[in-house]
Design a protein around this ligand. Structure first.
Ligand code: ADP
Ligand code: ADP
Length: 236
């Protein structure tokens, strides 16, 4: 079973058959398997945001279905979707979306706190992830006095803490300088390689995309090209 199955997804904005309609996505289909690291690229206006919103349950397609771990998420109502997101999906955003009033460790634990999980389990899990991403020594600090790269590594740890079926990353390097981008992409690569996490990342950034195992290009709402990585990346 595929982790993510996108079947003939079409999205039309505006009144159907009205004058001001935009076909943002036109019959998009693809599958994502466990352990995949997929990049979605395409010019501005090509439909990337619309697609990511539909895949992560924020938006509904006009036609077609999205299955995550076999569950048809397009049929879920708002409350069911909120629960599904919390239990099955992880998110990494361009803006790190950390809570300023919580310590870094509390930020990492937040999805488990919301899930009312056992305290010892939360402690162990957050410490393990923060060690993996080399932020365990700053767990008691607050988001405003650490670097952008460190904030994004907190966000990556938080995305992983509930063992999501798939992680959606929206321009994770969009706000970072090249050094921090490098550190964050190494973390995302690490979560794919060492934890076999399944990742779908939307990006404009060729450097970030070079980490993907497969890149899907979209143009005018349709898939126009796919590149499968050879795994050979020459860096200077
Ligand atoms: P990208 O993320 O690749 O820049 P978007 O998904 O934001 O692309 O947009 C795809 C197309 O849909 C564009 O033509 C955009 O103008 C249009 N669009 C996006 N959101 C809306 C909306 N809420 N209402 C109407 N049109 C929209
Ligand atoms: P949104 O996701 O809100 O639709 P986009 O990610 O499409 O926004 O980006 C907004 C604008 O910034 C677009 O005009 C896009 O061309 C530009 N942009 C963002 N990142 C890059 C980048 N790495 N290289 C070139 N242009 C970029």
């Amino acid at each position: 079973m595929s982790v993510l199955e996108v079947r003939e997804v079409k999205k039309v904005y505006g009144v159907q058959n009205g004058d001001n309609t935009t076909v943002a996505l036109d019959s998009i289909s693809f599958n994502v398997e466990e352990g995949d690291f997929i990049g979605i690229m395409g010019p501005s206006g090509s439909g990337k945001t619309t697609l990511l919103n539909i895949l992560s349950g924020i938006g509904k397609p006009s036609y077609g279905e999205v299955y995550i771990s076999g569950k048809n998420i397009t049929s879920l109502d708002k409350n069911e979707m909120a629960l599904f997101r919390r239990k099955h999906l992880g998110f990494v955003f361009q803006e790190f979306n950390l809570m300023d009033s919580l310590t870094l460790k509390e930020n990492v634990m937040l999805p488990m706190i919301l899930d009312k999980r056992d305290k010892e389990e939360m402690e162990a899990k957050s410490e393990e992830l923060m060690r993996l991403f080399d932020i365990d020594h700053i767990g008691s600090k607050y988001p405003f006095n650490i670097s952008g790269g460190q904030q994004q590594r907190v966000a990556v740890s938080r995305a992983l803490i509930n063992d999501p079926d798939i992680i959606f990353a929206d321009e994770p390097t969009g706000n970072l300088d090249s050094k921090s981008s490098n550190a964050v992409m190494r973390c995302i690569e690490k979560m794919n390689q060492e934890r076999n996490s399944t990742i779908l990342m939307v990006t404009h950034d060729a450097f970030a995309a070079s980490f993907c195992k497969k890149i899907i290009f979209i143009k005018d709402g349709a898939i126009c090209m796919e590149i499968v990585s050879t795994g050979v990346r020459k860096e200077f």
